[in-house]
Design a protein around this ligand. Structure first.
Ligand SMILES: Cc1ncc(COP(=O)(O)O)c(C=O)c1O
Length: 401
């Protein structure tokens, strides 16, 4: 910490938009999931303020009992309509949505098959379910097929994948994974936390592939494109009804606050009315990817507003993070075991060309520190942890500003 290299729990001041204030410094924000730039949109803020006035600060209970507002029901109806699915259930976070859905649907005689890069909430939901969890190689439908083929006769089979992978910014191989799931009689859930609002004019990953009707359930979060806090699942009337009566993370936790539900609803309406936002977020990330290619820096398999910049190790990641802060750019450092060392950058519809050029200028000054476009990601994630634990390396590392 004394070396100024501890990058977590930093107290940001001021609202989170395209720039953010850290201490007395204004930084271009490249670490936010506010893909559509709606957290500071006057319409979203007004909706939240009106709900606060009307319903107060909290529902003080579960949706199951006293914590259900007409607003939650309306949000469910509009989410279901948006996806063209019969029903939706709103949870208090996206994490709780995945936890509740998986643990309610799978039991100890069942099997859950999750992509090796799937979000932590999918893994945690699977563990909570008591089902056997089998991970398969990232986006590898053949590997999934082999795992499904080996499942015992009579075991329920639930395949769970992310629509867009949050650390790499790549898409899931949905057509192949859906076909394989169907072949083995498995149900498939897509967590579209990072696809909603971004792909296909905002309609998400399943719509991008034209497969919304082939996917059994879609889970989403409100904490990214929808500029709020909360989560949901959409699917058939029957399954959603079951989940509302069996998902423990919904039943035993207070409902999303009135302001959160109203903000998500307002953002959903804007997302539908203004598809240019999704396109602009993508164009902005494309602009950065083209700039990185000119610099010879790898942007991995990213094809969405999430752009990972691979580094050579834990210490290098922290150094780079600090140097970019000093150059006026906020990024998110990601370390093992979350993923191999990298800076995770993400871009918003509301970043201007001036913001993006400032980012590229900062990256150009450090370009030789990132893995090049032709360098494989050979990092050893456990070695990274050992390096971090060694500590003194951080303190003695040179700090260029
Ligand atoms: C893929 C994915 N799923 C679920 C979540 C959880 O969402 P929430 O922040 O609403 O709990 C996240 C957030 O980090 C995510 O990236």
């Amino acid at each position: 910490m004394a070396a100024g290299l501890y990058p977590y729990f930093l107290p940001l001041t001021g609202h989170e938009g395209t720039t953010v204030t850290l201490g007395d410094q204004e930084l271009v924000m490249c670490g936010s999931n506010n893909y559509l730039g709606l957290t500071s949109d006057p319409r979203v803020k007004k909706a939240a303020a009106e709900a606060l006035d009307l319903y107060g600060t909290s529902c003080t209970g579960s949706r199951f009992l006293n914590g259900n507002l007409a607003l939650h029901d309306l949000l469910e109806a509009e989410l279901a309509d948006f996806y063209g699915k019969p029903a939706a259930a709103v949870f208090s976070t996206g994490y709780q949505a995945n936890l509740g859905v998986i643990s309610a649907l799978a039991g100890r005689h069942d099997m859950v098959f999750a992509d090796s890069d799937a979000h932590a909430s999918i893994v945690d939901g699977s563990v909570l379910s008591g089902a056997k969890l089998r991970r398969f190689r990232h986006n590898d439908a053949d590997a999934l097929g082999r795992r499904l083929a080996a499942a015992p006769e009579g075991a329920g089979r639930l395949v769970v994948v992310d629509g867009v992978y949050s650390m790499e910014g790549d898409l899931c191989a949905l057509p192949e994974l859906v076909a394989t799931s169907r072949r083995y009689g498995a149900r498939i859930v897509v967590d579209d936390a990072h696809g909603l609002g971004v792909l296909d004019g905002g309609r998400g990953t399943t719509s991008y592939f034209g497969l919304t009707d082939q996917v059994d359930l879609i889970t989403v979060t409100f904490s990214k494109s929808l500029a709020s806090l909360g989560g949901a699942v959409v699917g058939s009337e029957e399954v959603v009804h079951f989940l509302k009566h069996h998902a423990r993370s919904l039943i035993f936790s207070a409902s999303a606050t009135p302001a959160s539900a109203a903000a998500a609803l307002a953002a959903l309406r804007i997302l539908r009315a203004e598809p240019w936002r999704a396109e602009r977020a993508q164009e902005n990330a494309d602009y950065i990817r083209r700039g990185l290619a000119r610099l010879g820096v790898s942007s991995g398999a990213s094809s969405t507003p999430v752009v990972p910049l691979r580094t050579r190790g834990v210490v290098e990641t922290l150094l780079l993070w600090r140097r970019l802060v000093d150059r006026g750019v906020y990024t998110n450092p990601v370390l093992p075991p979350a993923a191999s060392p990298r800076l995770r950058l993400s871009f918003m519809a509301t970043h201007t060309t001036d913001h993006l050029d400032r980012v590229l200028e900062a990256l150009a000054a450090e370009a030789d520190m990132f893995l090049g476009a032709d360098e494989p990601d050979g990092s050893d994630e456990t070695a990274g942890l050992a390096e971090l634990a060694a500590g003194p390396a951080l303190a003695s590392a040179p700090h260029r500003s």
